[in-house]
Design a protein around this ligand. Structure first.
Ligand SMILES: [Fe+2]
Length: 357
């Protein structure tokens, strides 16, 4: 604040005060600062571009302002649109921070060079190492799991305990899936390539394609509905879609989740595939210090609970609450979320070759 004022004063009065010593100039500036009209004093702000749109987020921002006096200016939009916007705004972007979903997208954003590395002991302590970029370009703030769900009444001809089981020929005409271009499936594929190699991942995808009950279509909610209605028997969906329907006021949504059995996959080996919502400080952030304070605040116990609950996600630290807590505990695949992005182009090629549309 003082820096800003001193700069402003120096610029205005440079002709008259240029002969004064540095110390006197500073003294003059500080004296003026104390009588400077409040309306001319720059307000402390942080400008957030967010792909999240939840009522609880507003409560989060208000509490941050109450604690720090820093006002949160929010611009909401789609993930890819916000990334493009920051690219186009270049060094003149007002954005200090981008909040978005899926490590694959955070990675795409970092590939477009819109983030800067952040060094923060708080972030390093609060965010598990596998849920943040190794260079501090972005940080996970909440988690979601890609879980398996099957029709409880219909049951399954085999025990399905791993993603790999979805390629078992016993499940012919049983599987509903979202399209392979969807970022959640690309990230899941990235994790399978990382675990098993490209050839095994392709064989898996081809096996799943053979088991499709219908062409890939719709979002995760559509897959869950199709399984509950019996159109197919089994699918994969992010846990927050389940949480949303479990906690819904609409009995039709509750009926969908009542008809499903949810499996956290790969509990005996690498763990279930985990993805994140997260954020990074932009390369040209005009309020970098405030952006880091805001990031650190989002890892506090208070903020974590609200941030996760807003979208029925799991906090990165602290206890789980809300409808997803009823799904129970699980082991997580601990690979670094950055790998999901690094494997993205490879994942596209594998899905293509396997014929997963
Ligand atoms: Fe989603």
């Amino acid at each position: 604040m003082k820096d800003t004022l001193i700069k402003a004063i120096s610029r205005q009065g440079s002709d008259r005060v240029f002969a004064l010593s540095g110390r006197l100039t500073t003294l003059l500036a500080l004296t003026l600062a104390s009588v400077w009209p409040a309306t001319l004093v720059a307000e402390e702000v942080v400008n957030v571009y967010s792909a999240r749109h939840y009522d609880t987020d507003m409560a989060l921002y208000e509490e941050f302002t109450r604690q720090t006096g820093i006002k949160v200016n929010l611009i909401e939009g789609g993930s890819d649109a916000l990334i493009e916007r920051i690219v186009n705004e270049g060094e003149f972007t007002p954005a200090d921070l981008l909040i978005t979903v899926d490590a694959g997208r955070l990675w795409r954003a970092s590939e477009k060079n819109i983030f800067q590395p952040v060094e923060s002991q708080v972030m390093d302590q609060r965010v598990p190492a596998n849920l943040r970029d190794p260079d501090g370009l972005w940080f996970g703030l909440s988690k979601r799991v890609r879980a398996i769900a099957y029709n409880k009444a219909a049951g399954l001809p085999i025990d399905v305990m791993r993603y790999e089981d979805l390629a078992n020929p016993a499940l012919t005409d049983s599987v509903c899936m979202r399209s392979s271009s969807n970022i959640y499936n690309l990230s899941l594929m990235g994790s399978i390539i990382e675990a098993a190699g490209e050839a095994a991942a392709e064989a898996w995808a081809a096996g799943v394609v053979k088991n499709f009950a219908r062409k890939p279509q719709g979002n995760d909610t559509a897959q869950l509905r199709a399984v509950a209605s019996g159109e197919c028997t089994i699918t994969i969906a992010n846990t927050y879609y389940l949480g949303r329907m479990i906690g819904s006021d609409d009995p039709k949504d509750n009926a969908v989740t009542d008809a499903l059995t949810v499996v956290f996959p790969n509990q005996e080996d690498r763990g279930a595939h985990v993805n994140i919502s997260g954020a990074g400080v932009t390369r040209y952030a005009p309020n970098k210090g405030n952006a880091i304070k805001f990031l650190e605040y989002l890892t506090s116990n208070f903020a974590q609970e609200l941030f996760a609950q807003g979208n029925n996600e799991y906090p990165i630290i602290g206890p789980t609450s809300g409808p997803v807590a009823t799904l129970g505990a699980f082991q997580e695949d601990a690979i670094n979320a950055a790998v999901l992005g690094e494997r993205q182009a490879q994942a596209v090629r594998v899905f293509d070759r396997a014929g997963w549309q």
